[in-house]
Design a protein around this ligand. Structure first.
Ligand code: SAH
Ligand code: SF4
Length: 396
């Protein structure tokens, strides 16, 4: 069965229209609905004749994403969607609205809001994840399967179509402004679907490359591909520790590509794209939130520069840990977040603290998993939970 209408190629659409006995130009109309108008429901394709719409709806009944649950948090500024796939798997997408922030001088690239407000959708690329990061709910849940490119793209189309009704008051945009590949799964472990989606969101849906961010746990071949891909999307690297001993325990993949190899790949990416890279760092109480780690991280990233301009190539994004029941790990104290941020800043590296969104609806970072979903293979590495070190002075 076709997983999603978005999995049909241009040639498939031509064949489909012929099968329905419709004139050939209908293939173009269909493509137009799917891409330029971002509509996947055949019944909503109003310039197609009624009988053809009905035929399509019947032909593709049961394919694509079925919205199973929609939860609202942060007073309407955050929305979590649970989609069921025809295979029985489930994935989640999270929509975050940001109001305009006209006072932010020069609105930093990584700063949510900007001058016009933002609507950012976080999408999933896999059902579960095989990377087994010890602090991540998705990682603990295990891996089930890769999503098809159509299933990744359809998350964007489905939410985009709902967006006008979901807008909170206060000048939030009525269209998606950004898409981040930061939901369930490791995008570079599913590179075909990830890049096909990125290209389609750019060429079909009309989002600029800089409106797209791919977040990776550090799959070096994936970063190498990003460096040579002609679509210059933004790259976020989840680093979480500044030395291999600690990172090995948090991110099992570090044993394959340790920090030095990861930074080599990032340096090559920066050289060829001249883009800055965001380093994501989930601050976990007593595990990686000490000033010693901040010092090391500052020393590690300060030398990363954009060739030519000489500006810092690294931006550190601190994410206060969202506790998930399976891990027993805790959020950092406000004091340790501040100290960590200031220590990085003292090295001259741009740093921000990500506001916690969607906590009340389990839509915060790393909480994306579904109790109802099929349990995947649980990676052996998840048994190795990090050993907490004592909190820094002034902590909690
Ligand atoms: N697999 C990719 C993208 C999905 S995870 C990656 O790891 O980058 C998205 C981000 O959320 C990553 O930076 C991840 O480390 C972070 N994260 C996971 N669990 C978290 C938690 N419980 N609290 C805060 N951040 C978390
Ligand atoms: Fe997978 Fe990212 Fe979670 Fe690691 S942090 S288990 S790579 S989703």
């Amino acid at each position: 069965m076709t997983r999603s209408l978005y999995d049909l190629s241009a040639a498939d659409l031509v064949a489909l229209v012929a099968e329905a006995g419709e004139p050939a130009y209908r293939a173009r109309q269909l493509a137009d609905w799917l891409d330029r108008r971002r509509i996947v429901d055949p019944l909503a394709m109003t310039d197609l004749p009624g009988h053809f719409r009905g035929w399509l709806a019947e032909r593709f009944a049961g394919s694509g994403l079925a919205l199973e649950r929609h939860q609202t948090g942060d007073g309407g500024w955050t929305h979590k969607f649970l989609f069921a796939l025809p295979s029985g798997d489930r994935v989640e997408s999270v929509l975050m609205f940001y109001p305009p922030a006209p006072d932010v001088d020069g609105a930093d690239d990584w700063e949510p809001g900007g001058k016009t407000g933002r609507a950012t959708l976080c999408i999933s690329t896999q059902a579960g994840c095989a990377m087994g990061c010890t602090f991540c709910a998705t990682g603990q849940f295990g891996f089930t399967r890769n999503l098809s490119a159509g299933e990744v793209t359809e998350q964007v189309a489905r939410v985009w179509a709902m967006l006008p009704e979901l807008r909170p008051a206060g000048g939030a945009p009525d269209h998606l402004t950004n898409v981040v590949f930061m939901g369930m799964g490791e995008p570079f472990a599913n590179p075909g679907a990830t890049w096909a989606t990125a290209w389609r969101l750019h060429q079909g849906f009309g989002l600029s490359a800089r409106a797209l961010t791919i977040s990776t746990v550090g799959l070096v071949p994936g970063i190498q591909r990003a460096a040579s891909e002609p679509l210059a999307v933004r790259l976020a690297v989840s680093i979480h520790a500044a030395d291999d001993e600690l990172r090995d325990r948090l991110v099992p993949l570090n044993r394959t590509w340790p920090i030095a190899a990861l930074l080599d790949a990032v340096r090559a990416y920066v050289r060829s794209t001249r883009r800055r890279v965001s380093f994501e760092y989930a601050l976990i109480h007593g595990v990686n939130d000490g000033v010693d780690q901040a010092e090391r991280l500052g020393r590690l990233l300060a030398p990363l520069r954009v060739p030519g301009s000489g500006g810092h190539a690294a931006h550190v994004n601190l994410i206060p840990y969202n506790p998930t029941p399976a891990t027993g790990l805790e959020a950092p104290s406000r004091t340790s977040v501040r100290c960590f941020r200031d220590t990085i800043g003292a090295h001259g590296v741009p740093v921000s603290v990500r506001a916690n969104r969607g906590v009340g609806i389990d839509a915060a970072c790393g909480q994306l998993r579904t109790a109802a979903g099929r349990t995947g293979r649980t990676p052996a590495a998840t048994a190795a939970l990090p050993v907490p070190h004592p909190a820094p002075e002034g902590g909690s």
